[in-house]
Design a protein around this ligand. Structure first.
Ligand SMILES: CC(C)(COP(=O)(O)OP(=O)(O)OC[C@H]1O[C@@H](n2cnc3c(N)ncnc32)[C@H](O)[C@@H]1OP(=O)(O)O)[C@@H](O)C(=O)NCCC(=O)NCCS
Length: 169
């Protein structure tokens, strides 16, 4: 794991804007072939507009962590309480394509696990698209296991066809 990789929380609008920009780039690079271009734009608009990110921080009890190398944002995560008691939901985990395979995701997940332990959660859960094989492989390497399928209608004629994965702490 890189010694120069720092994990810091996002607390300011400017940091959320950087996260938004990185998320847009990653989604448009990574998700074609997994979901349709229309669904990519729909989900970016719903989950990554600046107001949605601000709402996550102020109302949703969702914490954003930034992965930084030499002050440059190279990845981020978002996590918060799940409706199932004891579970911390890892909502988002994204690493810049040029910085993958160097331990950024592992370190972001470790920070979320530290937060979970410090706040009396006993597991971390997440949803991942069934066709997102790279992410599933990375999550499994990190210690998550599949707990079953989970499909949700997200409006606009789209649905999320995912696996639920879990890491026991
Ligand atoms: C999934 C993702 C976050 C992984 O980020 P990363 O920084 O490359 O991951 P790391 O370098 O921390 O790797 C973590 C572990 O996963 C493994 N891994 C990473 N990429 C892998 C791949 N393509 N295939 C198999 N294993 C992989 C690593 O070997 C590592 O295990 P190890 O430490 O035992 O060797 C990154 O590929 C990404 O942003 N993908 C696009 C967005 C996405 O799908 N996000 C998940 C949404 S649910």
């Amino acid at each position: 794991m890189r010694a120069d990789l720092t994990i810091l929380p996002a607390t300011e609008d400017g940091q959320l804007a950087e996260i938004q920009e990185l998320a847009h780039a990653i989604w448009r690079e990574h998700y074609p072939g997994i979901i349709s271009p229309e669904q990519i734009e729909y989900m970016l608009q719903a989950g990554y507009n600046l107001d949605a990110l601000r709402r996550d921080l102020t109302q949703g009890q969702i914490r954003y962590d930034r992965a930084l190398i030499d002050g440059t944002l190279v990845g981020f995560s978002a996590y918060g309480p799940h409706s199932d008691a004891g579970a911390l939901m890892l909502h988002k985990l994204y690493v810049d394509a040029a910085r993958r395979g160097r331990g950024c995701a592992r370190k972001l997940v470790a920070a979320a696990c530290d937060y979970a332990r410090a706040n009396a959660f006993d597991r971390v859960v997440l949803r991942v698209n069934k066709g997102n094989h790279i992410a599933i492989a990375a999550y499994e390497r990190i210690g998550f296991t599949k707990r079953g399928p989970i499909v949700s209608d997200i409006g606009g004629g789209f649905c999320m066809d995912d696996y639920l994965m879990q890491l026991d702490l």
